[in-house]
Design a protein around this ligand. Structure first.
Ligand SMILES: Cc1ncc(COP(=O)(O)O)c(C=O)c1O
Length: 475
């Protein structure tokens, strides 16, 4: 499949957006690590579902039965996609990865004597929920954010049997580094501890095989989000050991999660229903499954080739621009990284770089700390005293000087032309070829905007009036 073939599989890639000045350009969406646009196959499947949509699991009517079957089929697809073992794993359909991790964390009663082992590169989603459960111990990582299995081994030995779970990311959302998840699983299992993998970044880009070829390398729990894999309908999954789920109280309580309810007693349903109280998100589940089928149809090799090409081109191009620092592994190590590229431009705040890319070049990237503040602080070489000053300023409501980086991240549909536009734009920023005096920072958010820019307001959003939106947004 060519790049153009892949691009044709995605909804909304042809849109032109207004820039500062009376100009417009096709939008280059290089923020796929945050959320990806929808696959056409996903949109088509959701459209089909809506024709037949009805309540799930509680209706005797035909539509209800059909919607229920559709939902259960989606569950099977998720299990297959993740290489789950039907005899061992159970799939709980969630809202996203954050929801999945919180649900898993809720299964661990608070115990201040025992720990959950995470790494220093985790997204806040795989850090904060564990803090409520007892001690959180962090495995140190390399400057590129890689978790070394030997470091995990040392950490678990130091814990001396107090660790209850290892929960680490499958790929960093900051540097794109792919973690050696099966080696980490082996280390955890050798200590008799289960391992959970946050696959929010990994799942759309690299095939995941929870079962592995060797039982010791099995992934016990996996969490993922549909909106990061071309299915933006609020679906996600927590896949885990059925036996574990069956032995714990539900993560959320209510209808649908029970067998018998008396005034003073309840028998909980078996997994996965035990953890799906309330009316499920059928569209989210069906969309997630459709995305997974489409990604499998495209094939892992095709995806890898397309994303490697863009990543190599971008890394090589950025390396040639004076004043640009790129974090993470280089173009020679594409097998160990995703197309998630964090960088900074000397002398230009990350938020200003992102603003110039958006307002003058029609390029969408992310900037900031990427919900990984402790790792970012170290990656940027900020000492504790300076970090404290930044935190104090934020607490006082001033985000203008918050440290961070710019992140460009690719999806299967991006093309080299978009990378070229990014490289040209970054080169222009690094060479000072933009009107710096025109940009103002908003201390409340830390965002930069060109003078005269009018933020979009709700009532101006699309509906039938896209041209109106365009005119209004021009400055
Ligand atoms: C590595 C990682 N984990 C967890 C999350 C949280 O995902 P969600 O916002 O879909 O819950 C993200 C989102 O950016 C992420 O990148």
């Amino acid at each position: 499949m060519t790049n153009a073939d892949l691009r044709s599989l995605i909804v909304g890639v042809e849109h032109v957006v207004p820039l500062a000045g009376v100009r417009e350009l096709p939008y280059a969406n290089l923020d796929n690590a945050a959320s990806t646009p929808a696959l056409k196959a996903v949109k088509a499947e959701v459209d089909r579902l809506l024709e037949w949509y009805a309540s799930v699991h509680r209706g005797a009517g035909y539509k209800s039965q059909l919607a229920s079957a559709w939902y259960e089929k989606a569950r099977e697809t998720v299990a297959e996609f993740a290489g789950a073992d039907p005899d061992y794993h159970s799939v709980i359909l969630t809202h996203n990865t954050t929801d999945a991790i919180n649900r898993l964390a809720a299964k661990f009663p608070r115990d201040n004597d025992r720990s959950v082992v995470i790494s220093h590169v985790e997204h806040h989603a795989n850090d904060l929920p564990w803090r409520e459960r007892g001690r959180v111990v962090r495995v140190p990582v390399s400057p590129a954010g890689e978790i070394d299995p030997d470091e995990l081994e040392r950490t678990l030995r130091r814990e001396g049997g107090k660790a209850r779970l290892v929960s680490v990311t499958g790929a960093s959302n900051v540097t794109g580094t792919i973690q050696p998840i099966h080696e980490l699983a082996r280390v955890a299992h050798d200590h008799g501890i289960p391992i959970a993998i946050d696959a929010a970044q990994l799942a759309a880009h690299v095939p995941v095989e929870m079962s592995g070829t060797d039982e010791r390398e099995r992934i016990d729990f996996l969490m993922l989000s549909g909106h990061k894999m071309y299915a933006p309908f609020g679906g996600g999954a927590l896949i885990g050991s059925r036996e574990f789920f069956a032995s714990r109280e539900p993560s959320v309580r209510g209808g649908g999660a029970v067998k018998v309810v008396e005034s003073n007693a309840v028998d909980w349903a078996d997994p996965p229903e035990r953890d799906e109280a309330g009316s499920p998100n059928v569209a989210g589940a069906v969309a997630l499954a459709a995305a997974m089928r489409e990604l499998r149809r495209i094939g892992a090799d095709v995806l890898e080739d397309a994303e490697h090409r863009l990543t190599r081109h971008c890394l090589e191009g950025l390396a040639e621009i004076d004043g640009v620092t790129v974090y993470g592994l280089g173009a020679g190590e594409l097998d160990r990284r995703l197309g998630v590229i964090a960088f900074n431009v000397e002398g230009v705040p990350h938020a200003l770089v992102a603003a110039v890319l958006a307002h003058e070049h029609g390029i969408g990237v992310r900037n900031g700390c990427f919900c990984a503040q402790p790792f970012l602080t170290d990656m940027l070489g900020i000492d504790e005293e300076a970090a404290q000053r930044f935190r104090d300023a934020i607490r006082a409501g001033d985000h203008s000087h918050t440290p961070g980086a710019v992140r460009a991240s690719f999806g299967l549909y991006n093309v080299e032309d978009e990378v070229d536009r990014l490289l040209e734009a970054v080169a222009a920023v690094a060479a000072g070829r933009f009107d710096r005096a025109r940009y103002r920072v908003d201390p409340a958010t830390g965002e930069y905007r060109p003078a005269g820019h009018v933020p979009l307001r709700d009532h101006e959003l699309l509906f039938n009036g896209q041209p109106q939106l365009m005119k209004r947004a021009r400055v």
